[in-house]
Design a protein around this ligand. Sequence first.
Ligand code: 4NP
Length: 146
Amino acid sequence: MRSILFVCLGNICRSPLAQGIAEKIIKEEGLDIRVDSAGTGDWHIGESPCAHSIKVAALNSVDISMQKGRQIEEADLEAFDLIVALDQSNYENLKKMGAKNLIKLGHFGHLNADVPDPFFFEGFEGFDTVFSMIESCVTVLLKKQK
Ligand code: 4NP
């Protein structure tokens, strides 16, 4: 079974969406892939995803409400076949940690753009854009695993 880890900064806004979208596609298509998510930072360990991410996911029939934030650990670098960074800054930090099987989510669409950090967005606005960016890139990423 292949395994993919999605990584952002806090593991409460973006990577939980990537994990939830991937889980839904994997279930629908019966793929043999395990996914998880983590943050490079330690501020939100054990927390639920942010309310706006839970909401935008639910509006798109994706349930991320049971996820809990965690920080990436050294062991993850070996445990996952592919580590997918949600933006360039997280990509660089993962590279510094020694991640080798590393790629940026934007590699799979949106001209390699970073998924913007929505933590400081004003309210819900922008979360729909973040969702659709992640959804289209994750869809292409999973197609390429077949
Ligand atoms: P995420 O968003 O990386 O998409 O989960 C953030 C969440 C929290 C913080 C930054 C980004 N923070 O600074 O606490």
